[in-house]
Write a protein that binds this ligand. Sequence first.
Ligand SMILES: Cc1ncc(COP(=O)(O)O)c(C=O)c1O
Length: 491
Amino acid sequence: MAIIIRRESVEPIYQQLARHFRTQIESGQLPPGERLPPTRDLARQLGVGRVSVVHAYAQLREEGLVVAWPGRGTFVAGQRSAVERENAPAWQLTHLWSAGLREMTRLAQQPGVIAFNGGAPPDEFLPVDALRQALNTVLSRDGAAAVTYEEPEGYQPLRQSVAGYVASLGIQCSADDVLITGGTQQALDLVVQTVLSAGDVLVTGNPTYLGILDVARVRRIVPVGVPVGPEGMRLDALESVLRERRPTLVYVTPTYHNPTGTVIPLHRRRQLLALAAQHGALVLEDAVYHELGYHSPPPPPPLKAIDADGVVIHTSGFSKILLPGTRIGYLIASGAVRERLVRLKEAADVCTPGLNQRAMQLYLASGALSGHLQRVRAELRTRCEAACAAAQRYFPQGTRWNEPGGGLYLWVRLPDGGPTAAELYATAIQHGVAYAVGTLFHTDGSGGRHIRLNFAAHPPERIAEGFKRLGAAWHAWQRAFAPAVRRAPIL
Ligand SMILES: Cc1ncc(COP(=O)(O)O)c(C=O)c1O
């Protein structure tokens, strides 16, 4: 097995090892049930300390990618191997080490489970009637033109509307700078493909948006995480990474960051842009939550609005504020970068569906968005307050969270000495509640005791019930498993 360890790298050896195996597992090269090399053998073969290998395997376990059977070894998770089936003690079977993210999502969708794991706004926020009217109008007005191919850059009147809309946030651009994409997710992917090549570094917060890590994985980009503090990405750490790794792209969600909810204050936004310009890096700004603030003061302007050096590529979309399923996002870029982005967009999917674009344009032109946003913000505020009150009331002592000023999520740290988020998951499902596991959002497999709760997904009484179940699950886990875990630690 060819594992290349770079001793001079700032990335610790155990993380390099974990990354290697993660890629192998996710690409299917290491199938479920396959045994990883014994730690002692691998350490000897690579000439590294055994502790680095042990650490790497522990991290993969935290991520649910492998399972360890004491005395037998470490196996790729997934379908259980015969050895695992025969030897799994009951308490381990109830856990989801081998089930993976898809299984977690499937379990969260079971009837009766109050699911806080998703990233979508709730159904009742979606303006379905307005969409129906807009679609009907577009079809009567435009006929076949609405359902044939659209320009790859996007429907021109919608690009014009987006330019007008972002002007209200302080961003000056023309319709020619706007490119309509299949959601913000595609905008991020196109920018990564345009600016980076396989093996390059992408700087991002740690934790960060799961979807940017997905993009990095499939494009074979190395995500390098910069810790996120109460004021967003830590600039001292960013500066070190910029100096040592010389990246060309830094991904930031400056306002109501997913998952932490943090906002970068204005003076730090300026510092961040100055740092990027000084080190020759572009900044990929993701503004999907910018409009979802429910506490005063309102957030500072987007990075693109204060971008004196022209280093920012701005991306956003209408998923979080209007309709995720219409898949309409956009990015704002000009010059040579834009030309390449348009070519990649065309290669990816020819165009974003014209019918959706035209309906969205009509909705924006109707002026209904600001009233809709006011209602959404008021309801989000009510739900956020309900979530914080329920967390206070039901979560075990030692649980920590910060009340967010916007966005959809509560980012919670479970108490030390209790279960990790992955360990607790099966018990939580049995109690009828689901959350997103913190490790998913990290570049280095950390965050094992964090969970992300999309409180916006439910009205206040369901939030209270869901959090009550979660508190009960935590205590039930402690009663049932804590002694067993202490007796049989997995190294
Ligand atoms: C930070 C962030 N960026 C982008 C997206 C994807 O948005 P879209 O539905 O527009 O692709 C999400 C969705 O959760 C997100 O949280």
